[in-house]
Write a protein that binds this ligand. Structure first.
Ligand SMILES: NC(=O)c1ccc[n+]([C@@H]2O[C@H](COP(=O)([O-])OP(=O)(O)OC[C@H]3O[C@@H](n4cnc5c(N)ncnc54)[C@H](O)[C@@H]3O)[C@@H](O)[C@H]2O)c1
Length: 383
């Protein structure tokens, strides 16, 4: 059995996503399990090189996890021919320039969404990566969530019959930061720093809808900033210039309608922080991060509208839990393993920078739809 090393420059690992999901729960977890099996008995061994702006933070991270390699000099790391992959989980506004450099240096690319701050930039990254002949991918972690994997299983098994509609509810209360610290970074609430719930969440909704139900053909959105003033990491008040809530309606290929609310200014009265209800002629399902419950046509109650009496039926109890039928790993890690196999073995892979650009496109059209009070068709992207 041979161990083949793949060296990954990981930029933005001091951030929430870069650290928790990508470094600790993906790359370090892969190392803990011994690497990625390549199928012939060989193992792929990821070796992270931590990259960032703050020397002391990188050094501390490296020491904490027993890692040898870190640098504050991105250019030097990219000039190193032993680096195979450039990974980017920086703030969104810093991504495009860094990914361009990495493509120019001939590195394979894997990065967080959104891939750029506008569609032109996102498409250009996809074009450059294709022209350079490097492998490229974008994080699309939600499709690897247990709840959505079970939903996919239902769709593939024909449970729904014709799918009519999808209603998604995402959100929770993000504290303003004055009397309780905010649980998200302040740049998320400043448009000038790449923040906003539309650019953050519409890329997720694009691939979730596309992968499960089909391409989005039109978008109509109402976007707003419910909380205009927040307090940052230093306790200083700032104006929230970015949208914190978006109410979107998406028409899908084939005619199904998806309606998704995204908000950092709602309180949770749901079982999970995101839930999708799918209604089909033959049955319905409610899928969250981990759970998925169904109600079949044959087990559908017949409610009769009568507000003069208490609701006679326990509607929520009438749904049936979809069993796991397997073990679910962390979604970020699963996608990393697939990407590493794509790099090492040319294994099939569809979540590339063009797919990433589709997410940016939907966010851009959603914002325009709200600003102009119009519904937009979503043109198919090609390179
Ligand atoms: N896939 C997902 O579910 C998901 C969830 C949240 C965020 N994200 C994406 O991940 C990226 C990082 O988000 P996060 O929540 O981890 O952010 P964060 O603020 O916690 O981390 C940002 C990282 O970027 C670095 N950085 C580089 N240039 C910077 C600059 N000019 N100003 C501030 N920081 C700078 C920081 O040092 C830090 O390492 C974003 O693009 C975001 O859209 C993805």
């Amino acid at each position: 059995m041979a161990r083949k090393t793949v060296r990954i420059a990981m930029n933005g690992v001091t951030g929430r996503m870069g650290y928790r999901q990508h470094l600790v729960r993906s790359i370090l977890a892969i190392r803990e399990q011994g690497g990625v099996a390549l199928g012939d008995g060989d193992l792929l061994w990821p070796e992270p090189v931590l990259v960032g702006r703050r020397q002391h933070a990188l050094k501390a991270l490296a020491e904490q996890h027993g890692l040898e390699h870190w640098s504050t000099d991105l250019d030097a790391v990219l000039a190193d021919p032993t680096i195979d992959i450039y990974f980017d989980a920086q703030v969104t506004s810093a991504r495009e320039a860094a990914v361009r450099k990495a493509i120019a240096a001939g590195k394979h690319i894997y990065c967080e969404k959104p891939t750029a701050t506008d569609l032109e930039g996102a498409l250009e990254l996809a074009r450059l990566a294709r022209a350079a002949g490097v492998k490229h991918g974008v994080v699309q972690d939600k499709i690897f969530l247990p709840g959505l994997l079970k939903l996919k299983r239902l769709i593939d098994g024909g449970f729904f019959g014709r799918i009519l509609s999808i209603r998604g509810e995402f959100g929770y209360w993000v504290f303003e930061g004055d009397w309780q610290p905010a649980q998200r970074p302040s740049w998320n609430y400043r448009a000038e720093d790449g923040g906003g719930i539309v650019v953050d969440m519409f890329p997720h909704w694009e691939y979730v809808l596309h992968e499960l139900f089909g391409p989005v053909r039109s978008v109509q959105a109402q976007v707003t900033t419910h909380i205009p003033r927040r307090w940052d990491e230093r306790g200083e008040a700032y104006e929230a210039t970015a949208d914190d809530s978006a109410y979107g309606i998406f028409r899908l290929d084939g005619g199904a309608v998806a309606q998704i609310n995204s908000s950092w200014a709602v309180r949770v009265n749901r079982d999970e922080l995101v839930e999708f209800q799918v209604d089909g002629v033959e049955g319905s399902a409610v899928a969250g991060l981990r759970r998925c419950r169904v109600q079949h046509r044959a087990a559908t109650p017949k409610p009769v509208w009568n507000p003069d009496l208490p609701t006679p039926e326990p509607f929520r109890d009438q749904w049936q839990e979809v069993p796991d039928n397997g073990e679910f790993d962390n979604g970020f890690k699963t996608q990393w393993e697939l990407f590493l196999r794509h790099v090492a073995l040319d294994a099939p892979w569809s979540w590339d920078l063009l797919a990433g650009a589709r997410g940016v496109q939907l966010a851009e059209l959603g914002l325009r739809s709200s600003a102009e009070g119009r519904r937009f068709e979503v043109p198919e992207l090609t390179l």
